[in-house]
Design a protein around this ligand. Sequence first.
Ligand code: VGL
Ligand code: ZN
Length: 201
Amino acid sequence: MRPANEALLVIDVQNDFCPKGALAVTDGDTIVPLINDMLGQYQTRVFTQDWHLAGHASFASSHADRAPFEMIEMPYGPQVLWPDHCIQGSNGAAFHPDLRTDSADVIIRKGMDPSLDSYSAFFENDHVTPTGLAGYLSARGITLVRLVGLATDYCVFYSALDAAGLGLDVEVDRAACRAIDLDGSLKAAEARMVSKGIKLL
Ligand code: VGL
Ligand code: ZN
């Protein structure tokens, strides 16, 4: 059993990020058994769910003449346009059916603001609007988080950066993550995480 100051953060292991999903991450489902094994070792277990409304600003379909994976400029910075994914209450937004979510202490949902994307478990993409997770972890005396899930170079990456910025010790277990890897985004994300003192396992 891991000590009480450590939490496992399971990021966005949802059907839409698994094979056949709307924003499928290659081999996204293969991490589920690894995560299930890890859950028993942690006393604090947090899951996140990407949780958008139809017409979300991050969807290519919400913009005229735009295709998925193009970039646009949003008031809060550059934004990748995604295929419609993780619509609230849909099967695509549900957790992978084999993931042992019964063990969750808390489930954080993000991306509900229709005009703002939200990769990180801690802050929306404006980098100021909090999800409340920082306060939850702090109140529970957590000082170290291990991140697993999808996708390494987006939601895991931004969650890891924010966790480090909050002063937490951060580990990313790469065996239990999979990446979207758009234009070298995985390598760039890994380099940035290392530069922030995040431990890549
Ligand atoms: C994610 C793109 C859009 C993720 C979520 O979970 O990494 N990526 N929404
Ligand atoms: Zn999303």
